[in-house]
Design a protein around this ligand. Structure first.
Ligand SMILES: *[C@@H]1O[C@H](CO)[C@@H](O)[C@H](O)[C@H]1NC(C)=O
Ligand SMILES: *[C@@H]1O[C@H](CO)[C@@H](O)[C@H](O)[C@H]1NC(C)=O
Ligand SMILES: *[C@@H]1O[C@H](CO)[C@@H](O)[C@H](O)[C@H]1NC(C)=O
Ligand SMILES: *[C@@H]1O[C@H](CO)[C@@H](O)[C@H](O)[C@H]1NC(C)=O
Length: 349
């Protein structure tokens, strides 16, 4: 990395105002009304766009184009949402700042990496999906390379939480390649087996607290719904994935003779919100929860520069932002539904 550029960014980043604008990091410590878990003080994040905060290159993703990021930080930040994503809300729950994306590690000082690091790249899976984004094995390699350098295996990792986001890109890629639906259960087993290897590896590297979300109801994502609503066939396959994942987590916890791994139950949180049209029964916050705020080819324009998408008036009135991702408001409600059960399961780790 060019040292002048590095110096320039270091100076720039001294101002936390500018810092916030660049990376979209907020200070969660100012939220006095939030009850923070006393526990993990660093967050290491692996996976895909549900957790990513901007590793993906600008040329490779719509998440770096308007209207992504309009709610927070006010312009595109590489997050696949109008604002904050899963990682931001988990960090808030821990009472720490959102960790920097790996991409920024050359530009910020060690002090600013004290909340951990985000290795997630939008579009990735446990297997190769996009040529432009590294799969989870490669992401863990990147993490491993920093051990003993930026992070110490003993003191840093024992006070850390890992978030391992596997939200379904392996499956959307499988479907996009027109591979056999009948053989999908075999592939699901392969995905969960590979996830197990990744979890074992993270634990072997020294991470003692590891949270892994269940797959969301993929059959309810706007991209896969029909006028009749959610695709139950797809959701049945998602349930198969989630039951295998639960078995793996139970097995790993038994083997490590302690609670090391916890599932974050996205499936039921998504389902509850879609059913209740909001956070709780009767809240009716989202009039049409399956309708995304940004409809069409979100973030793309045609040759004449005209938008290939339409936007809703208020992103807070929508659960989904685009065909695949929740809005910031959606994520906020997901974490609020997970609430106490999530805090309790993370505290047990
Ligand atoms: C991850 O990506 C690397 C590089 O493309 C590849 O060699 C490796 O086989 C991939 N891992 C898995 C589990 O697919
Ligand atoms: C998959 O099938 C669709 C519809 O038949 C077709 O448009 C598409 O090109 C196919 N994709 C691949 C990768 O073969
Ligand atoms: C539902 O999902 C399954 C599995 O992905 C797919 O084969 C089927 O065509 C989908 N059904 C509808 C109505 O889209
Ligand atoms: C835990 O592992 C032991 C052997 O190490 C086995 O006997 C026991 O059945 C396992 N328990 C569960 C719940 O898997």
């Amino acid at each position: 990395m060019d040292s002048l550029i590095k110096l320039f960014f270091s100076i720039l980043l001294i101002s936390s105002h500018i810092f916030g604008e660049i990376n979209g990091v907020e200070s969660s410590s100012s939220n006095h009304h939030h009850h923070h878990l006393s526990g993990p003080k660093k967050l290491f994040v692996f996976g895909d766009s549900y957790a990513g905060t901007g590793n993906i290159k600008k040329a490779h993703a719509v998440s770096w184009r308007v209207p992504y990021g309009t709610t927070f930080p006010g312009k595109p930040s590489g997050r696949f949402s109008d604002g904050r994503v899963s990682t931001d809300f988990l960090a808030r729950l821990l009472g720490i700042k959102t960790p920097f994306a790996y991409l920024w590690k050359y530009y910020v000082g060690k002090e600013q990496l004290r909340y951990g690091m985000n290795f997630a790249y939008g579009g990735t899976g446990v297997f190769n999906t996009k040529s432009t984004s590294p799969n989870m094995t490669i992401q863990i390699n990147l993490f491993e390379q920093l051990l003993g350098d930026i992070y110490s295996q003993q003191s840093d990792l024992s006070s850390s939480l890992a978030l391992v986001s596997v939200a379904g890109n392996d499956y959307s890629n499988y479907l996009a390649l027109n591979r056999s639906i009948a053989a999908l259960p075999i592939f699901i087993k392969q995905v969960v087996d590979q996830t197990e290897l990744n979890l074992r590896r993270l634990h072997a590297l020294g991470l003692e607290k590891i949270a892994i979300p269940s797959l969301p109801p993929l059959g309810c994502l706007p991209l896969y719904t029909s006028p009749q609503g959610c695709n139950d066939t797809f959701n049945a396959l998602v349930n198969y994935h989630n039951s295998l994942l639960e078995q793996v987590v139970a097995k790993l916890n038994n083997e490590t003779r302690q609670s090391t791994f916890a599932i974050i139950d996205f499936y039921n949180a998504f389902m509850a919100i879609l059913k209740n049209k909001g956070e709780s029964p009767g809240s009716e916050r989202f009039e049409t929860p399956l309708k995304p705020c940004c409809e069409g080819s979100c973030g793309n324009v045609d040759e004449k520069g005209a938008n290939k998408y339409t936007l809703c008036d208020d992103p807070e009135s929508a659960f989904f932002w685009d065909g695949l991702h929740p809005t910031q408001q959606g994520w906020k409600f997901i974490y609020s539904v997970l609430g106490k059960a999530l805090s309790a399961s993370l505290l047990k780790l």
